[in-house]
Design a protein around this ligand. Structure first.
Ligand SMILES: [Zn+2]
Length: 214
């Protein structure tokens, strides 16, 4: 799935618990960081026509950081860095596996290639996970999921006063929230919906919109 969708998933999961800013960021980053093994695409494209091309994207994407060994590293990192250690560690493990699950169901390339996931690496290469029903990266379920998660994120930003923009800049986040509140008014209470409730509302609304006659 697209890294942006993974990031929004991590944010929504982090927001389902009562986490402080640091733990929230740890959970959100854990949801997207496995895709750093795709950065080899830059070197692969840059050396494509050279005498010594490298294939770091083709060989390492969905391999280096999409396995249980990397998941363990993330868990150790969360245990060392988190303020609320237990809940943050559990959510980091959860979002890491949601990332793998999402890639298994909806990351097929336009050429039909399904990136297999060697889940047991670096301990074993026995499992090569793939799902025959996998849809392509830009298929409608991925787009709908991203739109729903974006809706949840914007709502929570308006309601709670912070958003993933704060991972990059707290100042930019304040300006972003202020813009939302100027547009939609001030929230009456700090929180009155859980992420789960909100997701159900948005999924229902999307389904109704899709089934409505045009
Ligand atoms: Zn991935």
């Amino acid at each position: 799935m697209h890294p942006f969708t993974h990031l929004l998933t991590g944010w929504a999961v982090a927001e389902s618990a009562d986490l402080g800013p640091k733990d929230r960021i740890l959970v959100t980053l854990a949801a997207v960081i496995p895709d750093i093994d795709g950065l080899g695409v830059i070197a692969e494209i840059a050396t494509k026509n050279s005498s010594t091309p490298v294939y770091w994207w083709s060989e390492y994407h969905h391999v280096l950081c999409h396995n249980v060994g990397f998941g363990l590293l993330l868990a150790v990192g969360a245990a060392l860095l988190a303020v609320r250690r237990t809940i943050t560690l559990l959510l980091v493990v959860l979002v890491f596996h949601l990332h793998i699950f999402a890639d298994l169901i909806g990351s097929k390339g336009q050429d039909g290639y399904q990136w297999p996931i060697s889940y047991l690496l670096p301990f074993s290469s026995l499992w090569q996970l793939r799902w025959v029903g996998q849809w392509v990266l830009n298929a409608w379920p991925n787009i709908m999921l991203t739109v729903v998660l974006l809706g949840v994120t914007l709502y929570l930003a308006w309601k709670r006063g912070y958003s993933p923009v704060g991972i990059v800049s707290v100042r930019a986040d304040s300006a972003f929230v202020a813009t939302l509140r100027r547009r939609f008014g001030e929230p009456r209470r700090p929180t009155d919906h859980t992420v789960l409730q909100l997701t159900i509302y948005l999924v229902t609304a999307s389904a109704c919109a899709r089934s409505a006659p045009s």
